[in-house]
Design a protein around this ligand. Sequence first.
Ligand code: G3P
Ligand code: CA
Length: 247
Amino acid sequence: MIITSPIINFAHRGASRECPENTMAAFRRAVELGATGIETDVQMTRDGRLVLIHDERLERTTNGKGWVKDQTWEELAGLDAGSWFKGGAYAGERIPLLEDLLELALGSRLVLNIELKNGRCFYPGMEQKVIAAVRACGLGSWTVISSFNHYSLALCRTLAPEIGTGILYSEGLYRPWAYAASLGAGALHAEYRTALPELVREAAACGVVFHPWTVNEPAEMSALIESGVAGIITDEPGMLSALLERR
Ligand code: G3P
Ligand code: CA
């Protein structure tokens, strides 16, 4: 993966404190706030389209009902994914397709952190479709595919050795850099409290970088930067951008 700046500022679900998560409004606002990367969540529709939405179900962030996997893209395309947020100020925002974000990434030179949400719903063929979409835009070296489903990441490495992968985990891992290396992954996407400075240093010495999540306080951001992480996943890309500029 190309490193565009010393530390990648990954906006978590876009600028998700200001805008409804995983919408084009949130992604565009993240760019305005100085994000150099976008983290997003991918699910798959019944007819095999890749859509950006965190939950497997529609209720929390849209006016739809049911499982994403049971609906066609045509059924999802008309849903409102913005009205739930901040009293309706973003009414009319839609669920984006992965290709919509890829287009923005191309134009704005963003690093993409595409999380495959295939831990509860398994979405056969999702890995191949994500890889094909990324390759079609020539964004392979600008992308890291992450997932809590580590078997899926190993499959991605086999299918697309040129695309980086990031091991997502929320509890501590024993020798996480060795685990990452065993799966061919170049990055550890650790819950930030498990990204201890000695682990970050040991991993870097083995060529494995940390992209901890979800870091929203300046003191925590500073401590992680000090320890040598390669990127930070945050709901507050503006805060991180300001902090990085002051360094
Ligand atoms: O990328 C880290 C983070 O997004 C994983 O948790 O639930 O926010 O997708 P979640
Ligand atoms: Ca995510």
